[in-house]
Design a protein around this ligand. Structure first.
Ligand code: ACO
Length: 321
């Protein structure tokens, strides 16, 4: 049997941390106490104007390749999850292929599932590896969300940050990804969107994130709890077999409510939202990388990755690290 195993992880944040107080100093009508209490967010990183989504993706990818002991030339498929590509086309994955020096010829494409994007991309990569068609896949979540934030809307701009996370997946005969699930409900578009379109050379609609925070909160907790239980059942594992929960880093209260529903103690939940804010498709691989590098997540442990986001979309990947 062929499994897709994570051979290396990498993460990247641009620039210095920007605190809640820094946002107040920049004129945003908020406070450190309000943001921390409602979301658990203390800091975020914001990319400089010239920094690109694929450039951040490349920084995370180089670290993941190094951790895996592989070279760019070893990669036969690149999948990038992003909501903030540089351009309509080429895809961020194609730009990344060139930036990294991955030889032309392998496949490269983007996945758009907003904050579930990385979990979707990992699920797709797992299927490519299991089928035997590809052996070493680079999966990246990268976002420059600051480009689509309305800095005059305090209900959204305090929540998000920029960054990238990456994993290298390799074919393995013994262990790796155990089970996966992806879901969508297109009737929920109105509670979270950035509905701008390009039409006749102009932007039509809203290019910024708009959100019904309370509706998102309720949807996210239910979806994350259900999909977590689903992949555990698929793999024939109980909760006692789970070492770490790495959920999408939107909000500490969503993460804790999900953990409670799944009966996972908070000390088994990897939370980086305090330092990174919500980095959408980048949040799960960035959190995974932090917990791998600080030694919490060890080889052989069982890890549940979960995403939920606009669309609505949600999904989970259960793996033996
Ligand atoms: N600073 C200070 N006050 C604020 C801010 C702010 N940044 N934002 C809103 N307020 C005010 C509002 O104006 C309102 O004031 P009012 O009572 O005078 O009208 C008050 O705070 C309460 O506003 P609510 O929107 O009711 O606040 P709520 O308790 O719902 O918290 C929040 C808002 C944090 C967004 C919450 O709904 C939430 O966590 N939702 C989840 C959304 C989320 O995490 N989205 C991430 C993207 S989606 C994803 O990644 C899955």
């Amino acid at each position: 049997m062929i499994f897709a195993r994570i051979a290396g992880t990498g993460g990247y944040v641009p620039g210095l941390p920007v605190s809640n107080d820094d946002l107040v100093a920049r004129g945003i009508d908020t406070s450190d106490a309000w943001v921390r209490e409602r979301t658990g967010i203390g800091f975020r990183h914001l990319a400089a104007p010239g920094e690109t989504t694929h450039g951040m993706a490349a920084n995370a990818a180089r670290r993941a390749l190094e951790a895996a002991g592989l070279e760019p030339a070893d990669i036969d498929l690149i999948i990038v999850a992003t909501t903030t590509p540089e351009m309509i086309f080429p895809s961020t994955a194609c730009l990344l292929q060139h930036e990294l020096g991955v030889p032309a010829g392998g496949a490269a494409f983007d996945v758009q599932a907003v904050c579930s994007g990385f979990v979707y991309a990992l699920t797709i990569a797992d299927k490519f590896i299991r089928s035997g068609s590809h052996k070493r896949v680079l999966v990246v979540g990268a976002e420059k969300l600051s480009r689509i934030l309305d800095w005059s809307d305090r209900t959204t701009c305090v929540l998000f940050g920029d960054g990238a996370g990456a994993v290298v997946l390799v074919a393995d005969e013994e262990t790796g990804i155990l089970s996966t699930a992806m879901h969508a409900d297109g009737s929920q578009t109105s509670i979270l969107s950035a509905d701008a379109q390009m039409a006749g050379g102009s932007v039509v609609g809203c290019p910024f994130i708009r959100m019904d925070g309370q509706a998102v909160f309720k949807f996210a907790v239910k979806a994350l709890a259900e999909v977590g239980a689903e992949v555990l059942e698929q793999a024939g594992l109980g909760l006692d077999g789970l070492d770490w929960l790495v959920p999408h880093q939107a909000n500490i209260r969503i993460m804790q409510a999900t953990a409670k529903k799944l009966h996972v103690p908070n000390e088994r939940v990897v939370a980086t939202v305090e330092k990174h804010g919500n980095t959408s498709a980048a949040s799960v691989p960035m959190a995974l990388d932090v917990a791998v590098r600080d030694g919490r997540i060890q080889r052989g442990q069982t890890v549940l990755l979960e995403g939920v986001g606009g669309g609505f979309t949600w999904g989970a990947v259960l793996l033996r690290f």
